[in-house]
Design a protein around this ligand. Structure first.
Ligand SMILES: C[S@@+](CC[C@H](N)C(=O)[O-])C[C@H]1O[C@@H](n2cnc3c(N)ncnc32)[C@H](O)[C@@H]1O
Length: 264
């Protein structure tokens, strides 16, 4: 039953991203968002690196790595997102980037195939994050780096509310883990936690709801959920209202963390 539910959720996620691939391809938040330069700094790519970007979407992270590495592969479930990445690689003359259909929980690559793995703005969609981490560990060479960037919940108390809020906006959202959860999960998978930072992303409400194709009912539900949130928790996500008390923005915090697979 759990396997069936996971498969259905993956199909829903693929549909959601295929349907909105054109919007993601031009999304400034995804293409230029502040987590990307930090991810690149933490990844410290070099010319001998063989890199993998998991849930690459339209290839923003893979294509940012391409000029610095020997080769980079972007893997994703949604073929329309991948098609944008491949088209951009061609336009930009990045001949060392390739895009492959596949799941984060079952990476279609041999053991120890990569020296560097990244995954940005995506793991909050993964239902089996322990399998994703085990797969990254498996495909990394010993001593390899793994840089993860994902939106987090500020604490365990606000997490159920925040997940409901995000799922109303995008049904393919699964959960925003806390930093403490990421520490536990990555340690259980065998990684060493090297360096981290939190990057605030101000989400303009009109842009944010349009990006994922929200219906008017979903937009109203989001407004109602925010109206019911206590002030202290509104403060945790920096909710902003105009003079009429209408929600205009909130902030998501992106964890960027550099992890290492210990040398054998
Ligand atoms: C917000 S987009 C990715 C953004 C991209 N990494 C970037 O840096 O701009 C999230 C992506 O995760 C992909 N995705 C969701 N669940 C996945 C899974 N289980 N395996 C692989 N890809 C997945 C979606 O298809 C979508 O393209």
């Amino acid at each position: 039953m759990a396997r069936e539910a996971d498969n259905r959720a993956m199909r829903d996620s693929t549909e959601q991203f295929n349907a909105h691939a054109d919007k993601y391809a031009t999304s400034e938040v995804h293409r230029f968002g502040a987590s990307l330069p930090i991810l690149l700094e933490y990844a410290a790519p070099v010319g001998t690196d063989v890199a993998l970007d998991v849930a690459t979407g339209t290839g923003n992270t893979a294509l940012a790595l391409a000029p610095y590495v020997a080769e980079v592969t972007g893997v994703d479930l949604a073929e329309k997102m991948l098609a944008h990445g491949a088209a951009r690689a061609q336009e930009e003359g990045l001949t060392n980037a390739r895009f492959v259909l596949g799941s984060a929980e079952q990476l279609p690559f041999p053991d120890a195939a990569f020296t560097l793995v990244t995954s940005r703005h995506a793991p909050h969609h993964f239902r089996q994050v322990d399998r994703f981490l085990a797969e990254v560990f498996r495909v990394l060479k010993p001593g390899g780096r793994f840089v993860l960037a994902d939106q987090i919940s500020p604490d365990a108390q606000i997490k159920p509310w925040l997940d409901r809020f995000h799922i109303t906006r995008d049904p393919s959202h699964f959960t925003q883990r806390t930093v403490a959860e990421w520490r536990e999960l990555t340690a259980a998978a065998g990684f060493q936690w090297e360096q981290d930072t939190l990057v605030p992303y101000r989400m303009d409400f009109a842009w944010w709801t349009q990006q994922s194709g929200c219906s008017p009912e979903a937009v109203q539900s989001l407004r109602d959920q925010m109206a019911a949130l206590p002030d202290q928790q509104r403060g945790q996500i920096a909710a902003e209202f105009d003079g009429n008390g209408t929600l205009v923005a909130h902030t998501d915090y992106m964890l960027v963390v550099r992890l290492e697979k210990p040398s054998a």
